[in-house]
Design a protein around this ligand. Structure first.
Ligand SMILES: Cc1cc2nc3c(=O)[nH]c(=O)nc-3n(C[C@H](O)[C@H](O)[C@H](O)COP(=O)(O)OP(=O)(O)OC[C@H]3O[C@@H](n4cnc5c(N)ncnc54)[C@H](O)[C@@H]3O)c2cc1C
Length: 388
């Protein structure tokens, strides 16, 4: 039996523990905090989509969303509800040039097996989504995209993992990796040393910092991102999809009787943080941002009560091409990584954790890993859709 030590109990680490336990490994997961899933996973907008513009990402997200659609069956947890709202994802534009690109992208997605994305324009767009401003010219829409409860998904993975040789150790902070004769053989915590045949870094924004303790520089940078949740408000169309202004990146989606909003603004990388302070002005900026193509946000903004606004911030763990790093760290035997999701970690979790387990068992040859740490083209991003 191979012993695996996972560092980090966010959704990625916990799902990895499940897939590795199922594959027959002996797994110990070390989490610094008093609870699982309290860092980036808790800050997420929890939105999931298969609408990507790269064939590998399209396949990968289709696998992940398929898993979420059948979560209770996949994990044999009858009745376990992850709150998958398949209200769709709508990328909207008011720009002719972007509309032309959207049309091409949908043709590309269809050609690569994502046949249920629609390109909408003119009257049809406004008939289907009457809350949009007249400036909205075109959009792409996929009904099966949407959002889940990441917390419920994490709890499901944890419950299912317990059937195997998997243990979760909370309040166990890893101080450094242990390297012996050039090989990572475990980790050091205040409560003692852990030995393992392989160590998996799933520490979200702290991943690169931990890798550094073994002398490894991973191309990952934490970048602050905000989320605003608005409580109940009558002006919000609760049936709407996740709606993204593709010209600016500002986006919102219904959240119960209210809504959740986010916007990927330019921001420099920052050191990894356990508590990320939000910028109080973000709430006003993001409402300005979504208002342009969703004018009802003006009514919401003008009648908003301070105690109905909940502002949070977390950190994306960003890789150069905005795709994750999954697999062994080259030239450092014993060290594996699953991180760098660049804002897509909740949606990518099932397929990523499955891939990690397949790479560790050898079921997927390392040469066939599209998210290898030393892949070529790592410095190039897919394009505009990746940052949303
Ligand atoms: C504002 C915002 C909105 C987002 N929206 C979306 C979205 O809509 N859809 C989507 O798919 N993704 C979204 N994301 C990204 C998504 O939240 C992340 O990709 C995902 O949660 C990453 O999960 P993780 O398990 O890798 O990391 P984390 O959740 O950060 O977990 C890492 C864990 O490692 C632990 N840890 C760190 N250092 C140590 C140590 N030394 N010892 C022990 N434990 C340690 C931490 O305590 C933490 O629990 C969003 C992120 C943000 C910030």
């Amino acid at each position: 039996m191979t012993r695996i030590l996972i560092i980090g109990g966010g959704i990625v680490g916990v799902a990895s523990a499940y897939f590795l336990g199922k594959a027959g490994f002996q797994v110990d997961l070390l989490e610094r905090e008093i609870t699982l899933g309290s860092l980036t996973t808790a800050a997420s907008l929890q939105a999931v989509r298969a609408q990507f513009a790269d064939p590998v990402n399209i396949r990968f997200m289709q696998e992940s969303l398929g898993f979420y659609e059948t979560f209770a069956q996949q994990l044999d947890l009858p009745g376990h509800d992850i709150g998958f709202h398949q209200q769709g994802y709508l990328f909207v534009t008011g720009d002719e040039a972007v509309a032309a690109r959207q049309r091409q992208r949908v043709a590309f997605q269809h050609a690569h097996g994502l046949t249920d994305v629609e390109y909408l324009e003119g009257e049809e767009l406004h008939r289907r989504f009457p809350y949009l401003a007249r400036e909205a010219l075109a959009a792409t829409f996929r009904q099966r995209d949407g959002w889940i409860s990441a917390h419920e998904a994490l709890l499901g993975f944890r419950q299912a993992a317990r059937r195997y040789d998997v243990r979760f150790h909370l309040q166990t902070e890893v101080l450094s990796l242990t390297v012996r004769h050039g090989r990572v053989v475990g980790a050091r915590t205040a409560a003692g040393d852990w030995e393992a045949d392989a160590v998996v870094l799933a520490a979200g924004p702290f991943t690169a910092q931990l890798a550094r303790t073994a002398g490894v520089e991973l191309p990952l940078q934490p970048v602050r991102r905000h989320r605003v949740v608005i409580g109940a408000h009558d002006a919000i169309p609760h049936w709407a999809p996740m709606t993204i202004d593709e010209d600016t990146g500002a986006h919102w989606r219904p959240e119960g009787p209210g809504a959740a909003l986010a916007w990927v603004e330019p921001e420099p990388p920052s050191p990894p943080q356990r508590h990320v302070s939000p910028d109080p002005n973000f709430t006003f900026r993001v409402m300005e941002g979504v208002y342009r193509l969703n004018p009802f946000w003006l009514d919401v903004a003008e009648t908003l009560k301070r105690d109905n606004v909940f502002l949070h911030a977390g950190q994306y763990t960003v890789s150069p091409d905005h795709n994750p790093l999954i697999g062994p760290v080259p030239d450092v035997p014993g060290l594996w990584v699953i991180s760098g999701f660049s804002g897509h970690g909740v949606m990518a979790t099932p397929a990523s954790a499955r891939l990690l387990a397949d790479l560790l068992t050898g079921h997927t040859p390392l040469a066939e890993n599209p998210y290898a740490v030393d892949r070529s083209g790592l410095e190039k991003a897919e394009g505009e859709l990746m940052v949303l």
